[in-house]
Design a protein around this ligand. Sequence first.
Ligand SMILES: [Zn+2]
Length: 313
Amino acid sequence: MHKLLQLAGKLLSRNKLSILIYHQVLAEHDPMRPSEPTAEVFDWHMRLLRRYFTPLSLDDALHHLQHNTLPANAVCVTFDDGYLNNLTVAQPILAKYKIPATVYIATGFSQGTNMWNDRVMHLFADKDRQQISLQGKLIKLADWPQRRQLAQQWLMKLKYLPVGPRLAEVEQFYQENNVSEQTSLMMTPLQIKQLADTGVTIGAHTINHPILKVLPVAEQQTEIVQSKQQLEQWVGQPVNHFAYPNGVFDRDFDDTAVNIVQQVGFSTAVATDWGVSGMASSPHKLRRFTPWDRTALKFHARLIANMRQSQPL
Ligand SMILES: [Zn+2]
């Protein structure tokens, strides 16, 4: 069956590039994040890519895309945000299967502060806590599915607020409930450099992970340019790849950000719109895809099905 899918992929993937999105690779299962792959799951993902696909670095993929020379079933592996487990859990597995990868880092979270979404999740994750007060309302906490659902509801409520008010809300939740912060989930500058030294490509992902589209042009410029410069200083190499936070074209970013990204010299930029990219795609608006299937066959089939969407963004 895998062989058939590989063949289908060969036919569908002519000069098409698949780019996978990961965030965390967990050392152990986390009941608040059941869809994030564990080390065990990530291992079979990478084994499957090595066996039936052609994993490439973004630089090589871009070169082939522009020269119409992409090998069949070409795939890039990317990670968003800069989680520490990218270094401690994912990198050894990437090395084991010799899979090139790119990790996009939001530089504002490299000094010990967790991202706002993880801070919200943490509020609901303490299983000894039976209730929580949110904006003055007392809410009962029950089993994991209920806690996850509540966390998702609050994430959605806060997501499109400007960065300042959003952070203020999260602070308020922590104070209201006397919750202490979780230890840092993100890489420090030193750990980012360590990851770069293993051969993983470091890309930029803004400073504060804002929804770029709602920001004035000057602030978009600052978020994009300063994250690039900061990372270049930390890793001592040029940073040529960018990922738009949240990443849906037109909803989360528009041509304003695309133009800035292009002007400051990024060679590629990735969105989160699903599908694959082809020769007609702009290298600054590449599609990606989040694999979530629990069996190797479904995972493989989904990757092939994803190849049907190849309209340029
Ligand atoms: Zn992100």
